[in-house]
Design a protein. Structure first.
Length: 158
């Protein structure tokens, strides 16, 4: 029963993020397009700890200046002895400055687990890079610890 609830919540999260991002236009005429250069949309992101309590490398794409989505690959030595995992996530930025709050929701998965995660943190953005720090709540499949806290450190190159 618990696995069914977590899988349902995970699927709803992914559907919500994908519907919201694809239903919106990439530019907003009243605000202008702040993502004119191609490098401003694409990022390679290195993560330590965070969603997997391990390390991941991800590709992140900005659909809008305040909304991006990512997909990545990594390891999770804490959960299942170094198993390889995949991550899918969305990031929402709050604020229009180069320093702003961010929130994230996503799913960590492998052939053995599927675990949703949620985070809220802070991002400092430069022209061709950014740094993000984000505490996470990981919904685990383990009955002993249903919510596992984590702290993610990110470095992204645009």
């Amino acid at each position: 029963m618990k696995n069914r609830i977590i899988k349902t919540l995970s699927i709803i999260t992914v559907i919500f993020l994908s519907n919201y991002s694809f239903a919106q236009t990439i530019t907003s005429p009243e605000r202008g397009d702040s993502l004119k250069k191609d490098y401003q949309r694409h990022s390679i992101v290195l993560e330590v700890l965070g969603k997997s309590w391990g390390g991941t490398i991800s590709y992140e794409y900005k659909f809008r200046p305040n909304l991006s989505g990512g997909v990545g690959y990594g390891t999770s030595p804490t959960f299942y002895g170094g198993k390889h995992i995949g991550v899918v996530y969305g990031v929402l930025r709050v604020g229009e400055n180069r320093k702003h709050f961010v929130t994230s929701a996503g799913i960590m998965f492998s052939n053995e687990i599927m675990s949703p995660n949620f985070g809220f943190g802070y991002e400092v953005e430069k022209e061709k890079s950014y740094f993000r720090i984000m505490p996470y709540a990981i919904l685990a499949m383990d009955d002993d610890y249903p919510i596992i806290p984590s702290l993610g450190l990110y470095f992204g190159l645009k």
